[in-house]
Design a protein around this ligand. Structure first.
Ligand SMILES: NC(=O)c1ccc[n+]([C@@H]2O[C@H](COP(=O)([O-])OP(=O)(O)OC[C@H]3O[C@@H](n4cnc5c(N)ncnc54)[C@H](OP(=O)(O)O)[C@@H]3O)[C@@H](O)[C@H]2O)c1
Length: 247
């Protein structure tokens, strides 16, 4: 089997369900040893780690809330202590909350900033202490960085816009170290966060050129590419994978 990520160690934040779980599985199939974080889905995290191990891979599930600075630092430290190195960080953990601006609470604002921005900053800074040439930082942003075709998405869009900007700056900081930084911007993907049979689904499907929601595995395919040695000249990019909803 072709395994371009053999001997690489990856950490995926928010890997127990949805897009993060598909990424963790896919990186393991590519040969990487995979650690991933989660907050509350302990059983799903355990099942995923066992599924990866059952196919001959190595996996480690770590409970770590991305909003908790010390927990994020510990997750990186535990990954490096267990597997000896860190080559790939996928900043996937994210939360959404929708409300028009006059109804958006400061507590919700702080939570979105803490998980979607501060958690990404801390994980990235900490991971970089261990990453050498060939390292990969991969963000899971959103098309809502650039388009917000519904009411109530302003704060979520703000956080994903920050990720796109952070990606560009980091690419400049890290280019000479041979570390690439890229931002995947999914459109509607069928997960618990945005189910294909949820409240917005019919309206969204009409706007998607391909006419359906994306699958988490389709995002994992792009992560596998960006993590691969063949993507060494791709950095600072925000790459949409959205079925043409922004076309
Ligand atoms: N689905 C979409 O349509 C879509 C579109 C564009 C972008 N995205 C982005 O893609 C990423 C993944 O979304 P998803 O749809 O897979 O979401 P999801 O179905 O809600 O899954 C979220 C995952 O992140 C974990 N998580 C949540 N809060 C966390 C925290 N504070 N610290 C650590 N882990 C946490 C969850 O673990 P627990 O269950 O243990 O809490 C779960 O494994 C997010 O950044 C999201 O903004 C999603």
């Amino acid at each position: 089997m072709n395994q371009p990520l053999i001997d690489k160690v990856a950490l995926v934040t928010g890997g127990s369900r949805g897009i993060g779980a598909a990424i963790a599985k896919r990186l393991a199939q590519e040969g990487a040893v995979v650690a991933f974080t989660y907050t509350s889905s302990s059983q799903k995290a355990e099942d995923l780690a066992q599924a990866i191990q059952a196919t001959g891979g190595q996996a480690l599930a770590i409970r770590a809330d991305s909003a908790d600075v010390e927990a994020v630092k510990n997750a990186i430290a535990q990954t490096v202590k267990t597997f000896g190195r860190l080559d790939i960080l996928v900043n996937n953990a994210g939360v959404a909350a929708l409300a028009p601006i006059d109804q958006f609470s400061l507590d919700e604002f702080d939570r979105l900033i803490a998980v979607n921005i501060k958690g990404v900053f801390v994980a990235t800074q900490e991971a970089l202490r261990h990453m050498g040439k060939g390292g990969r930082i991969i963000m899971i942003g959103s098309i809502n960085s650039d388009v917000v075709p519904f009411v109530g998405g302003s704060v979520y869009a703000l956080t994903k816009g920050a990720i796109a900007s952070f990606t560009r700056g980091l690419a400049r900081d890290l280019g000479e170290r041979g570390i690439t930084v890229n931002n995947i911007q999914p459109g509607p993907i069928d997960t618990d966060m945005n189910p294909a049979d949820g409240a917005f689904a019919e309206q969204l499907k009409k706007a998607i050129a391909i006419g359906r929601y994306g699958q988490a595995d389709e995002i994992a395919d792009m992560v596998a590419y960006l993590a691969s040695p063949g993507a060494a000249f791709v950095t600072g990019a925000s790459l949409k994978i959205d079925g043409g909803i922004t076309a």
